[in-house]
Unconditional design. Structure first.
Length: 94
C-alpha cells in the first residue's frame, strides 16, 4: 500500500524554511536555489490544502497552521535522523 505523504524533499525544505523563516536562508542551508524552496513549499501547501506561510515583499512568516505543522514535522524528522544514525552505527557492531 502506497503511503499518502508529501515528499521528504518538501518536508525537509519546509522544516528549514520554517526554522529560518526565510526561503533564502533555507536554500543556502540545503545548497539549493531559493526558487526550488518556493516550489517545494508550494507543492506541500497544495498537498495539505493549507497555507503554511504568508508571503510579503519583506519575506515570509509562518501562519498558525505553519507553526503547528513545523513543530510536528521537526520532531518527526529528528526521529528519522536518530533511527538512521542507529542503523548506520549498527553496521559496524557486527
Amino acid at each position: 500500500m502506497r503511503r499518502k505523504i508529501p515528499s521528504t524533499t518538501a518536508l525537509v525544505s519546509f522544516e528549514a524554511a520554517a526554522r529560518h523563516e526565510s526561503f533564502t536562508k533555507a536554500a543556502q542551508e540545503l545548497s539549493i536555489t531559493q526558487g526550488a524552496i518556493c516550489r517545494q513549499i508550494a507543492s506541500l501547501e497544495e498537498f495539505l490544502s493549507v497555507e503554511l506561510f504568508r508571503r510579503s515583499k519583506r519575506g515570509v512568516k509562518l501562519t498558525e497552521a505553519g507553526i503547528s505543522y513545523s513543530r510536528r514535522i521537526a520532531t518527526q524528522l529528528d526521529a528519522v535522523d536518530v533511527q538512521c544514525n542507529k542503523v548506520h552505527g549498527a553496521r559496524y557492531i557486527i
